[in-house]
Design a binder for this molecule. Structure first.
Ligand SMILES: C[S@@+](CC[C@H](N)C(=O)[O-])C[C@H]1O[C@@H](n2cnc3c(N)ncnc32)[C@H](O)[C@@H]1O
Length: 275
């Protein structure tokens, strides 16, 4: 079941192709999300680090890892996304930081040795697509991370997505029925209500429980985003003034890290390490 659902999502990302690159560019909300992710990552990567990037997609964060002075083993389970990675990163200076590109399912990291990497990065929800195997997957990511290193990742946010995608959820309700939506909202499992994009959504406490169940400890969490999920016109006005935008991003990143905001975004970022 889980393997079939993962395969469904591999086909989804193969077909999505170039659309994945646009996710952090197409709207002010996306551009804020990029800043939240980028600045969160900055805290855990230092020059010389060796990073395993899982679900790297077309490579936006590989470019940031290169900027931070890390070297990167790039992986994804979608051959189309890996090829797009080659196209987006291959012609930039960041290519010098790429040590390898390989197909990898987050649920099977057995090819790597224990304590191989300073940082394992899994942004954009590959853990959300591991479904029932999420604990095995995260245990594997922690195993290949050095004792003083970090697993940095993001998952889809259960409560924040419900709020942000309320209109879509009501449309889905008309198609799949109230009982299916009840199940989706009581389990966070989008397989109850969707056919194309399915994933497991998480609350902040679910992420903390998952990390603990895998023998790790959470060192930081953040929502993405908080105040910037709506009012596109207001965001565009703020963005038109670079100083105001920089101030807004600073406040937004601080807000996203508040315990009361963690469940408010569409995504939840976390950093974990071995205790
Ligand atoms: C939303 S994209 C994120 C891409 C990139 N990390 C980013 O944040 O911009 C999710 C990526 O995870 C990959 N992915 C999904 N499930 C995966 C799995 N089980 N194992 C490895 N990669 C997976 C997809 O192919 C896709 O490239």
């Amino acid at each position: 079941m889980t393997a079939n659902d993962r395969e469904r999502m591999r086909v989804f990302y193969d077909e999505l192709g170039e659309g994945e690159w646009a996710r952090f560019e197409a709207s002010p909300r996306g551009r804020v999300a990029y800043e939240v992710h980028r600045q969160f990552l900055d805290r855990f990567v230092k020059p010389g680090d060796h990073v395993l990037e899982v679900g790297a997609g077309p490579g936006r964060f590989t470019i940031d890892l290169a900027r931070l002075g890390a070297t990167v083993d790039v992986t994804d389970f979608s051959p189309v996304q890996l090829e797009l990675h080659r196209q987006h990163v291959g012609s930039t200076p960041a290519e010098g930081a790429v040590r390898s590109r390989e197909i990898l399912d987050i649920c099977d990291t057995s090819r790597y040795d224990d304590n191989d990497y300073d940082v394992v990065l899994a942004y954009g929800g590959p853990l959300s697509y591991a479904f029932e195997e999420a604990a095995d997957a995260l245990t594997g990511l922690l195993r290949v991370t050095k004792p003083d290193g970090f697993v940095v990742g993001s998952v889809m946010s259960w409560l924040g997505s419900w709020r942000f995608f309320l209109r879509g959820a009501i449309e889905d309700m008309k198609a799949v029925g109230e009982d299916a939506i009840d199940l989706m909202l009581t389990t966070g499992d989008l397989r109850h209500s969707q056919t194309s994009h399915v994933c497991q959504m998480y609350r902040a406490r679910d992420v903390a429980n998952l990390v603990a169940a895998c023998g790790g400890e959470v060192v930081a969490m953040s929502a993405s985003n908080w105040a910037s999920l709506s009012d596109t016109d207001v965001l565009e006005e703020i963005e038109a003034n670079p100083d105001r935008w920089a101030r807004f991003i600073r406040h937004e990143i601080n807000a996203c890290a508040e315990p009361g905001a963690l469940d408010g975004g569409t995504h939840l970022l976390f950093a974990a390490r071995k205790p």
